[in-house]
Design a protein around this ligand. Structure first.
Ligand code: ADP
Length: 501
């Protein structure tokens, strides 16, 4: 059984306490307002199951207002449309600095709302700040191209321009609430779009706090609006004909609904969806590094990460050694409240997620699999905790092997040959991430190239940068986020043809 530690809120900042004591409203057109029908919902601390704060529950009527505010802010002649790229760039840099200044406050809010450890939330806040600074540089570098034309006897000057698309709906999940909000807001505003953000119902708090920081930094009213609520709030946004683009991160199931609903006015759609990443360890790998990578790949963020290496494939001659190592590391985790600095792993985000993950673990046991570490036993009587779990004796057809679990669960299967493991690794509807461990440079790069996934890690896992594009093959999504590629998805490309008479 895993070691556990108790709740400890001694470090709670007065500013966080004050934020939580007030009912949270919607941010529309630069003003904080209640939902039109006055509805609110509770957001829960997953470590204690207690209510953290009350949050406005936006309806279709509020979505209408937010889209109208975003449209007004976008329109020709608005303060936002008149801002020069350099002014946008400086403003974004200011926002990055403001996020850094409020890092502890944001990290505490994130930990309380999501369950993750404060130290992990600090990492997320750092990424959020860096996103603003990285994209601040792109605001002044959205260049077009001059393209020659060949029309006999006539002269032309043709060129392209990158222009904003318009009103962007950003719909985000609960696993990295602040970072995901910034994944949508930052490239959108870099290109001069306006945004209506719909945070996940489980974790609305940091997006709301960010909304105030954006206003404090001087972002014009209506450029970013935040409408909290449930799936129906998101659906109202996706169906709204005043929205020009939807940028979504979440489940493949909801992604398909969004793709269908966006067809009404043919919104542009970018989707970052589920994953079931294979993590392949060859016998010639640095085994200690591979074990540490498998543990990080499987259990990072309580396993609630779409690029987690949930399917471990280990070459047969080192299988027992790797299983022993991963199981020992899993058993060494200290599970507890993310606010207690002694915790290595916090709770899952919600009762629903907790029950779903335990359901998969019990299902695997029922199907005849073996638990090598962790399992379905609850470490606490309260809170949505799941022990880091390692499962062997799994077949490719078991639900635990085919479905995205989104919890701290790794399954492991032995393999003999490269062809066999590549076939097994690619045998999934998903294609978000994959990894290979081998000290043979040829094996690592060759297998990396054969894996059908948007991100491939060689001899590492979760190594990342805001400069790198990310996204999925197959049913893991449409488009790429971040890096220079990520900006293209937030622009229209205009071709201008002038005849030189
Ligand atoms: P998860 O499975 O990780 O909870 P979901 O895909 O269910 O992720 O949710 C991600 C985001 O999509 C959340 O903000 C949620 O409220 C929103 N959402 C859920 N259903 C819909 C829908 N039909 N249309 C638009 N947004 C939705």
């Amino acid at each position: 059984m895993t070691t556990t530690v108790s709740n400890d809120y001694s470090a709670l900042l007065p500013s966080v306490r004050e934020f939580l004591s007030k009912p949270q409203q919607l941010l529309i057109g630069g003003a904080w307002i209640d939902a039109a029908d006055g509805k609110t919902f509770d957001t829960i601390n997953p470590a204690t199951e207690e209510v953290l704060a009350q949050v406005a529950q936006g309806s279709a009527q509020d979505v209408d207002k937010a889209v109208a505010a975003a449209r007004t802010a976008f329109e020709d002649g608005s303060p936002w449309s008149r801002m020069t790229p350099r002014e946008r760039s400086h403003l974004m840099w200011r926002i990055g600095d403001l996020i850094d200044e409020h890092a502890e406050e944001l990290a505490q809010l994130e930990s309380l709302d999501n369950g993750k450890r404060v130290v992990s939330a600090h990492g997320d806040v750092g990424v959020a700040a860096e996103l603003f600074r990285y994209f601040a540089g792109w605001a002044t570098k959205m260049e077009g191209t001059s393209i020659p034309m060949s029309v006999p006897g006539r002269d032309f000057h043709a060129y392209t321009r990158r222009e904003p698309i318009g009103v962007v709906a950003g719909i985000v999940p609960w696993n990295f609430p602040l970072t995901m909000a910034c994944f949508k807001i930052v490239p959108a505003i870099t290109a001069g779009n306006t945004v209506v953000l719909k945070p996940a119902e489980q974790t609305p708090l940091t997006a709301l706090r960010l909304g105030q920081l954006l206003l404090d930094a001087g972002l014009p009213a209506g450029v970013v609006n935040v409408v909290t609520g449930f799936g129906d709030t998101g659906a109202a946004l996706v169906e709204h004909h005043g929205v020009d683009k939807v940028a979504f991160t979440g489940s493949t199931e909801v992604g398909k609904k969004i793709a269908a609903a966006a067809a009404g006015n043919l919104k542009k759609v970018s989707l970052e969806l589920g994953g079931k990443a294979p993590n392949i360890i060859f016998a010639d790998a640095d085994i200690d590094a591979a074990i540490a990578g498998a543990v990080l790949g499987g259990y990072f963020n309580e396993g609630q990460c779409c690029v987690n290496g949930s399917r471990l494939y280990v070459q047969r001659s080192v299988f027992d050694q790797v299983i022993e190592g991963v199981a020992a590391a899993a058993k060494a985790f200290t599970v507890g409240d993310g606010f207690n600095s002694a915790s290595d792993m916090g709770p899952l985000v919600s009762q629903e997620q907790h029950d779903k993950v335990l359901g998969y673990i019990r299902g695997a046991l029922h199907d005849g699999a073996t638990i090598n570490a962790g399992g379905p036993d609850a470490p606490f009587s309260k809170g949505y905790f799941v022990q880091p779990t390692l499962i062997t004796g799994v077949t490719e057809s078991m639900a635990i092997q085919t479905d995205e679990i989104f919890g701290p669960v790794i399954t492991a299967i032995p393999f003999d040959t490269e062809d066999e493991v590549v076939q097994a690794a690619n045998n999934t509807v998903y294609g978000l991430a994959a990894g290979v461990w081998s000290q043979n440079i040829g094996t690592a790069h060759r297998v990396g190239a054969r894996l059908r996934a948007g991100t491939v890690w060689l001899n590492t896992w979760h190594a990342d940068d805001v400069t790198l594009p990310r996204g999925g093959y197959k049913q893991s999504g449409w488009g790429r986020e971040l890096g220079s590629f990520g900006l293209d998805d937030y622009t229209e490309l205009k071709t201008v043809i002038a005849e030189l008479r």
